[in-house]
Design a protein around this ligand. Structure first.
Ligand SMILES: [Zn+2]
Length: 334
């Protein structure tokens, strides 16, 4: 025990220790974001209560921003986000970038330019995943997705965007994984509801297409709202499918109060079960200061703190791994 006259900064602090070990391990990997919309929220979005809309409504609300914003504008948003990430020691990052019939390639053109500049000026490896907010089943949406495959690093997916046709959505994406050899990151089980079984569906589709080890599930929060027996079945399937995960705790910790009966848990990716089950989980910020998450500032330490607290997961080595090596694994970089 040190004496009372000892300076405060000489005491060991677990959180500061985590940050030092993350820096020593090569810096944070932000494995999931939407930089093309970062810092796009406006005072009008608060005044009109748009920030209070349901997730599925917000998918449409960003259309106005996408219509009025040109490539230079998207670049400014992406670049500001990348600089903010670099300032906190992020050395690798992956952002979904909207590529759909509405926005065309305006955001992607900006992201491609930012990818080159990030390597040169920020010494950061920045990877681009396609965000298919208009799905990939309708012919025009599918054409734009396929035409731009060569310009993206990771195939991105959002089965909920092809509501009622989620199975077809996954088939299109995983066929592209099979043909291109690229990895896929797919938003699944976001609503924290036992009505959702998208992680299970994703595992089945991975095995159907024979793309084991190539796919990462973003969120998989609803898994935690199912009973233990089902959760364990999903973890076994995820191991068989080589499915990895990205947790973005601030993205859904604000889940609305509901009277739906569920096992008691916080509305985050269940890392306290996934990691002991031998599964890889990386960390991401998801949306930053946009209509989805107006107060999110993209701080990786905040995300790390939030996941360790909300899952009561204190394993120091595993937390450093989640913030660094696991991120590189899901990005497919060494
Ligand atoms: Zn996302």
């Amino acid at each position: 025990m040190t004496g009372s006259m000892e300076r405060m900064d000489t005491f060991w602090q677990p959180l500061a220790d985590l940050k030092a070990r993350i820096d020593a391990a090569g810096g944070f990997v932000n494995a999931h974001a939407h930089f093309d919309r970062a810092y796009s929220v406006l005072t009008e979005d608060f005044d009109s209560h748009r920030v209070e809309s349901h997730l599925h409504e917000k998918w449409k609300l960003v259309d106005e921003y996408k219509e009025r914003t040109q490539t230079e504008g998207f670049f400014a948003h992406i670049w500001m986000a990348l600089r903010a990430q670099a300032d906190q020691g992020v050395k690798h990052s992956l952002s979904f970038i909207d590529v759909d019939p509405l926005v065309g390639t305006k955001a992607l053109d900006a992201a491609v330019k930012a990818r080159e500049l990030a390597a040169r000026e920020l010494h950061m490896r920045f990877l681009i995943a396609s965000q298919t907010l208009k799905g990939v089943v309708e012919p025009e949406a599918r054409r734009i997705f396929e035409e731009n495959l060569d310009r993206i690093d990771v195939i991105g997916g959002l089965p909920g965007a092809d509501r009622g046709r989620e199975s077809e959505h996954l088939d299109v994406l995983l066929e592209a994984v099979k043909k291109s050899g690229k990895r896929a990151h797919i938003h699944v089980d976001q609503l924290n509801s036992p009505q959702e079984k998208e992680t299970e569906l994703l595992c089945r589709k991975i095995m159907k297409w024979g793309v084991e080890g190539k796919v990462t599930a973003v969120h998989s929060i609803s898994v935690a709202s199912h009973k233990r027996e089902y959760r364990n079945q999903v973890y076994q399937m995820a191991r068989d499918a080589g499915l990895s995960f990205v947790a973005c705790p601030s993205a859904w910790i604000d889940h609305r109060r509901s009277d739906e009966m569920q096992p008691v848990h916080n509305a985050v990716t269940p890392v306290d079960e996934l990691i002991p089950a031998g599964l890889t989980v990386a960390l991401g910020t998801d949306n930053i200061a946009d209509v989805y998450k107006p107060y999110s500032d993209g701080n990786m330490m905040v995300e790390l703190r939030m996941i360790l607290e909300s899952c009561h997961f204190y394993d120091r080595n595993a937390l450093v791994h989640m913030a660094t090596a696991a991120g590189k694994h899901v990005l497919g970089v060494s």
